[in-house]
Design a protein around this ligand. Sequence first.
Ligand code: SDX
Length: 392
Amino acid sequence: TGGIITLDSGYKNTGSCESAITFLDGEKGILRYRGYSIEELAEKADFLEVAFLLIFGELPTQAQRDKFHADIKAQSVVDEDIKKILDAFPKSGHPMGVLSSLTSALTAFNPSSVNVNSEEDMYRAIVKIMGKFPVLVAWTHRKKQGLPLDYGDKNLGYVENVLKMMFRQPNEEYTQSRVLVDALDKLLILHADHEQNCSTSTVRITGSSHAGLFASLSAGISALWGPLHGGANQAVLEMLEAIKADGGDTKKYMAKAKDKDDPFRLMGFGHRVYKNFDPRARIIKKAADEVLEDLGVEDPILDIAKGLEKEALQDPYFVDRKLYPNVDFYSGIIYRAMGIPTDMFTVMFALGRLPGWIAQWREMRLGKEPIGRPRQLYVGATQRSFVEIDKR
Ligand code: SDX
């Protein structure tokens, strides 16, 4: 429209949409899903309830929860031909790349999921991906481990079934897996949505062109992969392992993080919105202690993480920049205690964020939002005439 264009790289001060799903207060460290505090939901709800809440706006009645789960189970079969795509990947392929590809490939086997012109069409696409995504997550893991693929068990709960397909639990050692189920359920709740973060903005803008839900989610998975975003949970463990291998010398890594000439950052620290403790980090830190104790796991990495946190919270560089531990700082310690490989940590983040991405995509489509198309400030060459190649 030829109006004034303000440059805001990284969209640090740009509101991209109106949303009724998640509320953040970065100064106070507040996070609420549809008005319910993350602390209450992590304590009292389960992941399927929270998924329903985020997507449809209300906590489900028992009947609504049962129907949602039944509809999801009915859609948890993945076309056998997906395995041909899975088999084409080298074992060295990063699981996030595999998952993003398989998620997009689902469109080929479910073409009706693209043209969603009614809430019924949307609901069908939503229960399809809620049913098939955990299978893709588990198959990605088992393929990398060279293990036979597992089809899950319809008699299990949503999160129990993820663990069974990944680790063939909880059929074995039920008590141990009760701890794992509760820990994973809580972690998935804590990752379920976070307003207009990088990957959610990617899902919304991809979906705004009316690309299908699965294609929009595949784009979100790719955005989440980056080490500055969801990939940070893997980078945190690699950093803590490096510090452990370096004799626990946290001071050396703190110095690197503060050195402007060193690209190294303290992974798991800092946040675009939270200028206080990330409320999820508080809950996960407490859960890490509980899970390791319940599993009888002694992990020196947890002590290194706590030492690093203590130092950073007293260091002027971090205090002045309001850099606190974020959701990714402690989550990997729990995943590791559960036997999940480091390069699968971000896949677990994607599994948690799935209902949030779905909710945000649904809100954008129901709101009939226009296609996302930002402008720019042009700083390139002024007009010039073409020069034949023999005169350049
Ligand atoms: C997630 O957006 C979301 O909600 C994301 C998320 C979600 O649920 O979807 O919460 C999940 O992605 C959590 C963040 C995971 N990423 C990391 O842990 C990677 C390490 N952290 C950063 O790279 C950084 O803090 C970001 C990316 C999280 C935020 O970056 P910003 O807001 O663009 O801030 P910035 O890069 O401009 O940093 C401001 C200052 C800079 O110093 P100065 O130039 O002012 O001197 O703080 C410094 C930065 O150098 N800084 C860090 C640091 N993070 C910021 N210095 C050392 N270590 C760090 N981790």
